[in-house]
Design a protein around this ligand. Structure first.
Ligand SMILES: Cc1ncc(COP(=O)(O)O)c(C=O)c1O
Length: 465
């Protein structure tokens, strides 16, 4: 089982002190870290004495915090062996609409209007596939051709044998990491970044190298310095409508990043999950158009529907072969019907883009208007696309807001979940993927939650990134 040192725990705890008793504030913060995955199930916590020394607390306070966590069902203590994070059992099965919670932990939209129709057409075209084995580790030729055409249309000539179909983009990330990352390798990720990409890299025992990005864009000088100092094997980036900041790399930035990747012989991985979610920016060429060896990940989860679980990898041919080998230990292919649906959907890409633009544009307007009415002291950068705003919620603590807003019926993800080592305690990712009326209600709930939370003593400065 993994253990965490008291120094590292101190770093990811961030500024946890609040108006309540120290033991209960500490327990609450540890609970949040367990619930959002930053302290994985089974992690061994430091000994009470050790953590007390690092945090400058009395041992009694840490012992009381651990006792509170045990009471909450988040900690197992084994005499003589230590204390281990224990995830509470999942809640009873209920339809999402019956939980009374608006789930904004996921930036995701309902299915696009043509999904049902495309499913119908895919079912009609299933016949010939039924006469085959159904095992296609690289994907159905029909969908690989459609994905290659998708890239070619966007200015990146692509052959179908450069494409592998996956079960969504997260699967693609995990597969790629499995194929190219060895324990101890350094991997550069944006800071902040997509948390489940970090999860995949950390599971492969990669050491993360942060590359600063903010709603204003990338600090490529800092990225160049990080590449020089750390020689990462890969850099995982989201060049279009970066999740969570909403920033996009401009053409000069793409060129420079591509050059840096070449100089440092580093694999550039472009996650294009959000690339077509344009509201007001206009299209930009894929990063791979600037660096031929770039691996591009994409899929239909945001453009069409997350329930399909269809994604893809575009990579140099030699890597596609390696990915197929790496895949057999995990699964043996993507469901055929879903791939046929994917091919139908890609034939209507323009329509999907237009529909998402309209949906997201309305959501963004509703969210930003509600925020300026109910939480005018927050700084809310307005992105020109993507799925979320990366709000500066100072002076509130993002972690405390997340715990409090649950009680008001809104589930959110705290800023530090997107950072390497506990940064972003004053940032909150607010998706605008829900319906406008839901977003307005969510902001009202959030304003109530902000009223409930204490700003605590001297809030920690925003980590400079
Ligand atoms: C940047 C990014 N990558 C990957 C994913 C996962 O995508 P999928 O649902 O296709 O696995 C998401 C989902 O939100 C995302 O935002």
């Amino acid at each position: 089982m993994a253990s965490i040192t008291s120094q590292r725990l101190d770093a990811i705890l961030g500024s946890w002190a609040g108006r309540g008793p120290a033991y209960s504030e500490l327990a609450e913060r540890l609970r949040l870290l367990a619930l959002d995955g930053r302290l994985p199930d089974g992690t061994r916590l430091p000994a009470e004495r050790d953590l007390a020394r690092t945090l400058g607390l009395s041992r009694t306070t840490v012992a009381a915090a651990y006792a509170r966590l045990r009471e909450l069902g988040c900690l197992d203590s084994v005499r003589g062996s230590g204390s281990y994070i224990a995830l509470p059992a999942p809640p009873p099965v209920a339809a999402p609409d019956e939980t009374g919670i608006l789930d904004l932990t996921k930036a995701a939209m309902p299915a696009a209007s043509i999904v049902g129709e495309c499913i119908g057409r895919a079912v009609e075209s299933l016949g010939p596939e039924l006469a085959r084995s159904g095992y296609e580790i690289l994907g159905l030729p029909r969908l690989r051709i459609a994905v290659a055409e998708h890239f070619t249309r966007r200015g990146l000539p692509t052959e179908p044998d450069q494409i592998m179909i996956t079960n969504g983009v997260q699967h693609a990330i995990a597969l790629l990491v499995r194929a190219v990352v060895s324990p101890g390798d350094r991997a550069a990720v944006e800071q902040p970044t997509y948390p489940h990409a970090m999860d995949a890299l950390l599971a492969a025992k990669a050491r993360l190298v942060p590359l600063p990005v903010s709603p204003e864009g990338w600090d490529l000088d800092a990225a160049a310095a990080a590449f020089r100092a750390a020689s990462p094997v890969l850099a995982y980036v989201m060049p279009d409508f970066h999740n969570p900041t909403g920033a996009s790399l401009d053409t000069a930035g793409r060129e420079r990043l591509a050059r840096l990747a070449g100089q440092h012989r580093m694999l550039l991985v472009a996650d294009e999950t959000t690339a077509l979610l344009d509201i007001a920016r206009g299209p930009r060429p894929p990063l791979a158009a600037f660096a031929g060896s770039t691996v591009t990940l994409g899929g239909l989860s945001k453009l069409a529907w997350g329930g399909l679980r269809v994604g893809w990898i575009r990579a140099p041919r030699t890597l596609v072969g390696r990915l197929a080998q790496a895949r057999t230990g995990l699964d043996l292919g993507t469901p055929v019907l879903e791939q046929l649906i994917g091919a139908e959907l890609l034939a209507h890409e323009d329509l999907l883009v237009a529909e998402r633009r309209a949906w997201l544009g309305e959501g963004l307007a509703a969210l930003t208007t509600a925020l300026s009415t109910h939480l005018p002291e927050w700084t809310v950068p307005v992105p020109d696309g993507g799925m979320a705003v990366w709000a500066d919620c100072s002076p509130h603590s993002s972690s405390r807001l997340v715990m409090a807003s649950r009680a008001h019926g809104v589930a959110l993800t705290a800023g530090p979940r997107f950072g390497v080592d506990g940064a972003f305690e004053h940032r909150l990712r607010l998706p605008f993927t829900a319906r406008p009326d839901e977003l307005r209600a969510a902001v009202e709930a959030l304003a109530q939650a902000a009223g409930d939370t204490s700003t605590g003593p001297a809030a920690a400065p925003l980590v400079a990134v």
